[in-house]
Design a protein around this ligand. Structure first.
Ligand code: KG4
Ligand code: ZN
Length: 346
């Protein structure tokens, strides 16, 4: 089954063709970073307009690179949430129109489930069923949550951030350090030359009485205090945000974020037996997080699955792959799908 996937939930305009839920025939991503950079972050209105402008070309490129023709496609899959409402609507409208035009079924995909599925698109990845029970950390610029999967489609949300997403914490910290947008990759690069113990930033633990919507506070995250701590530190020590001191500050800040994320994964591992740990989303590109998770998984005797680098950030291969694996909203219900900005997982 050849599925064309479309992804427009945030600031990446993406289309891909995946065969049998596993084989990526093409994956085209147009990143809007240049359009949002002058504003220091994603501007929803700009994102929607950019999707409208670039999506037709991106879909055309994905089909051309796949070596297939329209009649070879068996379904059109599209992200319908979570994400920016206006941005999601562009992809959803395009997918509906396209599916009608080529007379193929439409499949609506949950963006967070697609991120989770991205680890199964790595060469040599096990079958989903063989990886379960699976503990997944999904960490991006918009989301940070811990999910336990007992089978494909059977998820329990164990914890999530109560304020900023981990990627947002990287980006906001980078902004305070005068680095460009998005700041995560810059912090990662600078931190490689710094000492993580140069400054001790706070690792916020969510209190027992915090409102978590019934989730275990020990498995929830909070990053807003860390960002504030960096702002106060830089006010007291302006030199820490400049020149030769920058790598140490970046490394210490990064270590605080990574400690909080890895701490949550470690506590979740102690809550119940799992066979596999996975990390996905843009923050899963972070080299320190990857190394720390590798060490954690090794110590716990579980396998660590990470997506290929190209599939950490938003892409449509994970959308088409998940649909090809049999997941998503299909049939009549798919035609009635609306953009769902707060669509949860689990
Ligand atoms: O998954 P993604 O492309 O988009 C969202 O769905 O949000 O994630 C983007 C986020 C940004 O916040 C970016 O700073 C962060 O991922 N990121 C990183 C790294 N590469 C991207 N954060 C830390 N280290 C990195 N190497
Ligand atoms: Zn994402």
């Amino acid at each position: 089954m050849n599925v064309l996937g479309i992804e427009t939930s945030c600031d990446e305009t993406a289309a891909a063709v995946v065969a049998g839920g596993r084989t990526i025939r093409s994956s085209t991503v147009h990143t809007q970073v240049a359009a949002h950079r002058p504003h220091g972050g994603v501007v929803p209105e700009v994102a929607s307009r950019q999707h409208g402008e670039h999506l037709p070309r991106v879909i055309g490129a994905a089909l051309a690179h796949s070596g297939l023709a329209w009649p070879d496609l068996d379904a059109v899959a599209v992200t319908y949430g979570p994400g920016l409402a206006g941005a999601l609507l562009i992809g959803l409208a395009a997918a509906k129109a396209l599916a009608l035009r080529i007379d193929r079924p439409l499949i609506g995909i949950n963006h967070l489930e697609a991120h989770l599925y991205s680890v199964f698109l790595a060469p040599g990845a096990p079958r989903f069923a063989d990886a379960c029970p699976l503990l997944a950390l999904i960490a991006s610029g918009g989301h940070t949550c811990l999910v336990r999967a007992s089978a494909l489609g059977a998820y329990a949300r164990l914890g999530q951030t109560l304020d900023d997403a981990a990627g947002e914490a990287f980006d906001k910290g980078a902004k305070l350090l005068g680095l460009g947008y998005p700041g995560g990759p810059e912090v990662d690069r600078l931190a490689a030359a710094g000492r993580a113990d140069a400054i001790r930033f706070p690792r916020t633990r969510v209190g027992l009485r915090a409102f978590t919507g019934g989730l275990d506070p020990a498995l929830c995250f909070s990053f807003s205090g860390l960002k504030t701590a960096l702002a106060y530190y830089l006010r007291a020590h302006p030199e820490a945000g400049r020149g030769a001191a920058l790598p140490d500050t970046a490394a210490a800040y990064q270590e605080a974020i990574v400690d909080v994320l890895v701490g949550g994964v470690a506590r979740a591992l102690r809550r119940g037996r799992v066979r596999t740990v996975a990390a996905a989303g843009g923050v899963a590109l972070n080299s320190r997080l990857r190394a720390r998770l590798q060490a954690l998984a090794h110590g716990a005797g579980v396998r660590l699955l990470l997506p290929p680098a190209a599939l950490c950030a938003d892409n449509a291969a994970m959308v088409a792959g998940l649909a090809g694996a049999g997941r998503g909203v299909s049939g009549e219900a798919a035609w009635l799908l609306d953009a769902t900005p707060n669509l949860p997982i689990g």
